[in-house]
Design a protein around this ligand. Structure first.
Ligand SMILES: Cc1cc2nc3c(=O)[nH]c(=O)nc-3n(C[C@H](O)[C@H](O)[C@H](O)COP(=O)(O)O)c2cc1C
Length: 265
């Protein structure tokens, strides 16, 4: 990853701070749109507890999420600070007040429906896709109720990269794969600035696939590096990537076994 000099660093931070959702003013008042556009990953929570009925409503949004053939290929492992500490021997990240480990689950429906028995890759993809949609429903329902959240794949113990550990701890059967942990709480202070998002014209294409503009991608990369440094003074984007990379090999092996079991792929 290339280095960003001091001038580039300041310029990149300025661009991050100026980043705003782009919608016509006539639409900006729509409550759901505003919730979607102003959502942020929040990594600092107050000690205020989340009432049971609020958390139940958040889970209900996940339960009712859309899914392929309505198979509902997900499971939610739910935690409060006490049960999290009992399971993982450490406090909830960022002083969160509740957590949900979202799993792709091809195990449950197999009791009654053999949807894709000979297509493990499709079955896995469908499960992860559906569970991710349910995760987003949890996240947005929370946001709408004034509860903030962050999705995590790396918490040291409870993310995608710890699938093997979670399989043991939560007694997961074959076909149940942890994909992310969502930490919920009431945000401490203002939301962080929007991290650098790629422009719409770089992520959309009409007709044949269009390669992204190298200058736009280089600018985005500089903002990613600067933004990460500004919010993690003692770390860096590269260092964070290396944390992931150090665990990837084991995670890959664990996931293969959880997802495909003895069938292999
Ligand atoms: C599946 C998934 C896994 C993530 N894992 C982590 C994580 O391990 N640690 C973290 O700090 N943020 C994590 N995030 C949050 C992203 O860093 C965040 O969504 C991204 O920087 C964009 O910021 P925004 O959510 O405020 O738009 C994850 C997000 C997703 C969707």
């Amino acid at each position: 990853m290339s280095k960003v000099g001091p001038i580039g660093f300041v310029r990149s931070l300025g661009r991050i701070l100026r980043g705003k959702p782009q919608v016509p003013p006539s639409l900006a008042d729509n409550d759901l749109l505003r919730t979607l556009l102003q959502r942020r990953s929040v990594r600092s929570f107050t000690a205020q507890a989340i009432p049971d009925d609020i958390f139940a409503a958040i889970l209900e949004a996940g339960r009712l999420a859309p899914s392929t053939v309505n198979l509902q290929t997900w499971s939610f492992a739910i935690f409060d600070p006490e049960s999290w500490a009992a399971a993982f021997g450490q406090p909830l990240p960022f002083r969160g007040q509740r957590a949900v480990i979202v799993m792709g689950d091809t195990h449950r429906a197999r009791q009654v429906i053999q949807a894709f028995p000979d297509s493990p890759l499709v079955e896995y993809t469908v499960a992860v896709m559906n569970a991710s949609l349910a995760a987003m429903a949890l996240n947005i329902a929370a946001e709408a109720l004034g509860v903030s959240s962050v999705m995590l794949s790396e918490t040291g113990r409870s993310g995608l990269l710890d699938a093997g550990y979670l399989k043991e701890t939560l007694a997961l059967p074959e076909g149940v794969v942890p994909i992310m942990t969502i930490i919920f709480g009431y945000a401490k202070g203002a939301y962080p600035p929007m991290p650098p998002k790629l422009p719409l014209d770089q992520v959309c294409f009409a007709g044949r696939y269009r390669e992204a503009d190298p200058a736009v991608m280089a600018d985005w990369q500089a903002q990613m590096i600067a933004g990460y440094k500004a919010s993690h003074l003692r770390s860096s984007f590269d260092a964070q990537l290396r944390v992931y990379q150090a665990k990837i090999g084991q995670a890959e092996a664990d996931l293969r076994e959880i997802v495909f079991g003895k069938r292999g792929i």
